[in-house]
Write a protein that binds this ligand. Structure first.
Ligand code: ZN
Length: 382
């Protein structure tokens, strides 16, 4: 029997990790576009709204009216997307703790990037505040709305003595922060998911280390965010295409500005936040090239980072894993970042294909939570 793949288009909806970038360019406009694409193909997407940024804007809006305008539009876009059928769930970037506004849209973020490095009472406070904020906002539109799933900022969810117990105690049905195969050792983010025990199907996590599968039933489930490896040639083509369009954009900017450097881009900038230790400089670049195009690397199933060919390789991998699972119904979680979409055409083509697949049903995160509760989706124990 061929399994039914229940595919969730999920987006981590936020500005850059260092707080840079205009929410209008990185979040509001691309969310409206994405919602239009989804609705055009009868698909309901899910957005993991990063709420720390929004709460900081609200906290400082009396002093800085421009922050109020942004926070108001944030709520407007979120509620409008929800009204049009899309799910909103919780995402947290704790680096917004004690953020300082420097004017002109610039922020200085001083908090640790990993929620795991905060004391348990602070983890709980962030989760309670974020969940309550979304529920208060969205229950005005749907009294039955509940915040049921979580994705940690920068994927930092394991190991931890407190995160999974607190999530389950607060009523979260599942976490989707585990991505099998990824590893980061950067100034901000240290995580190692290279030895995850379950890369694909839902499972009961070891409550102190969600990379491991528990021997028993647990009060919360982990649904991994999908990942796949290989796709070296498609990756090379994608990177080449991206480099060419970046060059074109640069030339266009220089022409328009008569050679004068453009103001700080509305798209923000990333520094070394995602450069792994030992991978900077010329030797680091060489190491990265070998890893990407020769050895092959693990890709998060993040459609904003994939081209059309890679999306199809990802889909073929999902079908193979689903067949191997032996389950009749398998939920699969994809990733996306509106902040990283420059061109919607590959995503639109892929969404149109998915809408026609006989073996794929698209679901929201709330529907995955229902399926886990009513037994449509089985979680495994060790
Ligand atoms: Zn994020």
């Amino acid at each position: 029997m061929k399994p039914v793949i229940h595919l969730a288009f999920v987006d981590d909806w936020e500005v850059r990790g260092n707080g840079s970038g205009d929410p209008r360019a990185l979040q509001f406009e691309p969310m409206r576009k994405l919602v239009k694409i989804f609705n055009g193909h009868g698909i309901r997407g899910s957005f993991n709204a990063e709420v720390m940024q929004q709460l900081v804007h609200r906290n400082q809006q009396e002093r800085f009216p421009e922050l109020k305008a942004i926070a108001d539009e944030w709520e407007q876009v979120v509620t409008e997307s929800f009204r049009r059928g899309h799910d909103i769930q919780l995402h947290l970037h704790p680096q917004w703790t004690n953020a300082i506004y420097q004017g002109h849209g610039n922020w200085k973020l001083g908090g640790d990037w990993s929620i795991l490095n905060y004391p348990p009472q602070q983890i709980r406070a962030m989760l309670v505040t974020g969940k309550q904020y979304l529920e208060t906002l969205l229950r005005k539109l749907d009294p039955g709305y509940a915040c049921v799933s979580f994705r940690a900022g920068s994927w930092c969810a394991a190991p931890s003595d407190s995160l999974m117990p607190i999530l389950s105690e607060l009523g979260f049905v599942f976490d989707m922060s585990i991505v099998a195969g990824i590893r980061n050792d950067t100034p901000q983010v240290k995580l190692d998911y290279t030895q995850c025990e379950e890369p694909f199907v839902p499972y009961y996590p070891d409550m102190r280390d969600a990379r491991r599968v528990s021997r028993s039933f647990e009060p919360i489930v982990c649904v991994p965010t999908n990942s796949f490896s290989g796709a070296r040639f498609a990756l090379l083509r994608r990177d080449f295409g991206k480099a060419c369009s970046a060059l074109q954009r640069r030339v266009r900017r220089l022409r328009n500005g008569n050679g004068v450097a453009p103001p700080i881009s509305s798209r923000g900038h990333s520094g070394d936040e995602w450069t792994n230790k030992g991978e900077s400089g010329a030797i680091g670049l060489l190491k990265r090239v070998v890893k990407r195009y020769v050895l092959g690397q693990v890709h998060i199933a993040d459609v904003s980072r994939l081209n059309y060919a890679m999306m199809h390789q990802m889909m073929a991998h999902i079908r193979r894993q689903a067949a191997r699972s032996g389950l009749p119904n398998v939920p699969v979680i994809l990733e996306n970042h509106t902040k990283d979409i420059f061109d919607f055409s590959d995503i639109e083509r892929f969404v149109a294909d998915v809408a026609l697949y006989q073996d794929v049903k698209t679901v929201t995160l709330t529907e995955i939570a229902h399926g886990l509760r009513n037994g449509t989706f089985k979680a495994r124990a060790a």
